[in-house]
Design a protein. Structure first.
Length: 178
């Protein structure tokens, strides 16, 4: 297998994305990575983040891309977790990404970075590092209408994203339980 084949395998499992650190882990030097990008087989989408050329986009790509662009330790946060699962209407113009690290790189205007040192409420959904659904719903208090958050909690239960006890606790927290 060639270096590109190894990079492709990594990207195929990650929404067509590969970071320079992942490529180096597969044995690619900076020079080889630059050559592959120059050949047009990779497109640089941000600092240290590349997309393979032959990738069929999915509806989750923007979320995976935003997390990758923010960097190591980043995860989907608050409204964006709710949006990714289509639990309630949110502002699709912004993708909220939290990170425990300081971010100095330039990012697209569509990504809002939240510095959040406490990361104990994270998981992965569809391979994308994310805040847990219950924590995301709680994080949106004050920025989303309570009725939408109640609907989001109920929808999350219907989709099997949370257990019945978690739904009950959320509804109590939101003061919307029956």
């Amino acid at each position: 297998m060639t270096i590109y084949d190894d990079i492709y395998e990594i990207a195929a499992d990650n929404y067509g994305l590969v970071t320079s650190a992942e490529a180096k882990g597969a044995g690619a030097s900076d020079k080889e990575l630059s050559r592959i990008a120059k050949d047009g087989r990779l497109t640089r989408i941000g600092y240290g983040v590349y997309r393979i050329k032959h990738w069929v986009p999915t509806e989750l790509d923007p979320y995976a891309e935003a997390v990758a662009l923010v960097g190591q330790g980043a995860y989907l946060y608050a409204e964006s977790v709710i949006a990714m699962h289509a639990l309630a209407p949110t502002n699709p113009a912004l993708i909220h990404v939290a990170t425990p690290n300081r971010v100095r790189r330039s990012l697209p205007a569509s990504i809002e970075v939240v510095r959040r040192p406490d990361c104990g409420d994270t998981t992965e959904y569809e391979g994308i590092p994310s805040q847990t659904v219950p924590a995301a719903i709680r994080s949106c208090r004050g920025t989303m209408m309570t009725s939408r958050l109640v609907d989001a909690a109920r929808r999350a239960r219907e989709l099997g994203l949370i257990r019945a006890e978690e739904e009950m606790a959320l509804l109590e927290d939101l003061n919307g339980g029956d």
